[in-house]
Design a protein around this ligand. Sequence first.
Ligand code: MAN
Length: 553
Amino acid sequence: MKSILLLSLPLALADGSQKPIGDAAWALPRGLNPALSDKYRPDASQTFSCLTNPQISFPISLLNDDFCDCPDGTDEPGTSACSHLKASVNPLPGFYCQNKGHVPAYIPFGRVNDGVCDYDTCCDGSDEWMGVGGVKCPDRCDEIGKEARKAAAEKRKLFESGIRSYNKLVAKAVLVKKEVEDKIVSLTGEIKRYEGLVEEKKAGLKKAEEEEKLKLARSGAKGEEGKSTHQKLLDYSKEKVQDYQQKLLKLVDEAQRLREELEKTEKILKTFKEEYNPNFNDEGVKRAVNGWEDYLASKSQEENILSGDYLSEVTDLAYGHHNWEDYEPEEDLAQDMYAIEAFLPPFLRTIVHEQLSSLRQSLVEYGLLAPRKQKPSAKSDTLSPHIQKLTDDLTATESSLASKKTELANLQTDLTKDYGPESVFRALKDVCTEATSGEYTYSFCHLGRATQKNRDGGSTHLGDWTGFDRRLDDEIEQEVTVIKFEKGLRCWNGPERSAYVYLRCSAEEKILSVAETEKCVYKYVATSPAVCGEIAAEGQEGITMGGATRQVN
Ligand code: MAN
């Protein structure tokens, strides 16, 4: 709000050596604010000095004579005679309407005696004292004052409820901020603990890797890849013989069963042939007996799978035991030598490894040692399940630590961000408001995003919250807090969209209007209790000046 420092005008305007005459003989000049009476009270010489040009003085009869005598216009506080002067020249803000029963106000000099009742400013009609063109402006201050007081009380009530909401928001914002601070403390502790855990797990993994290496070295590196051809052949033979013996056993069982069934059948037919009565001339029985005799005659006497000796021989084979130990290869000396490496200090390990490799190479060349098969590279990187588990565990702990550190950094940045006076906007995080304007529905979320939706439900990103600004709300002629939403969807052939929300104080979160002030730049006017605190701090009372509010100090 603008302030006009009326009372700080230079005091050394009147000649202090002359005594002012008594109050009874003097009336306050028309259109003058009584607060300035001392500057107009005539002295014994009955002269008046222009306020900012005290060297120029006139008889007091020339005050308000409807002729502009002073270069600063101060001799005409009650007429429009000096209205042609710039406002910056005249220290008087205008014609002062006392408006008894309402609020005093200044009306611009140009509107004095212009034949129009300016009740919006001068409810007492004192500005039209000449009755130009027969105009009569009776005093309406009682009625206008009453209405204004009612409206002011209403406004006051709204404002007070806005202040109450503001105070609640501030209390909530304190809690939200406290939560952030508490989280920072707990995260800091957790990060310390996780750092310890990572160190522990790293050490555990290192130890396990060393133990595994040692075990591998002790076992002479006898993994599948380290086996000699002889050993592999032996293992293969063992496996195959066991497999064949299993299958043979099954065959022996089956043969045994078939042999028993055949014996039973032959016994039946044998009895049948011995016991049938050839005197019964039964053709079917005769054919069966003949068939049996043919079968006996053609039955091979040679040994077959079902004959006793053969079956018992095969059974022995199936149960046979083999002394595989007799075929185990000698220890791979070269392999053992490699195993020694693990016990050597690192600098010696390389030297010894190179020496051993060239010795092995020579042995292979002379046919004394089988060449080592190339390990498939993927397999060489394969970790043992135990090491794999420890590695995975370490990786998971490290990634938890990293995300905790990121979270902490974000929270620390959050504490440095501007969330408005008393961090009040923290309490409104993600509170959204929307309103329809023309063909679009506009919305914005505090500390979030502004959006424009069309009737088909399509949504356009107008910008994300980037902070606050102070701008003039020209409708109410006051500088207000503006929330900025920027870096929205780029406009075709234009800038990235942005939205600016001009806030006015009210208990309610509400969008009052939205306008696209220039292509892809949107101006919202909205109410929020979040700005009631600053309105209270700026003060509400003032003297109305031509529709705007001015404050007198
Ligand atoms: C859409 C809307 C309008 C904008 C044009 C620009 O129609 O976002 O507000 O003016 O795009 O092309």
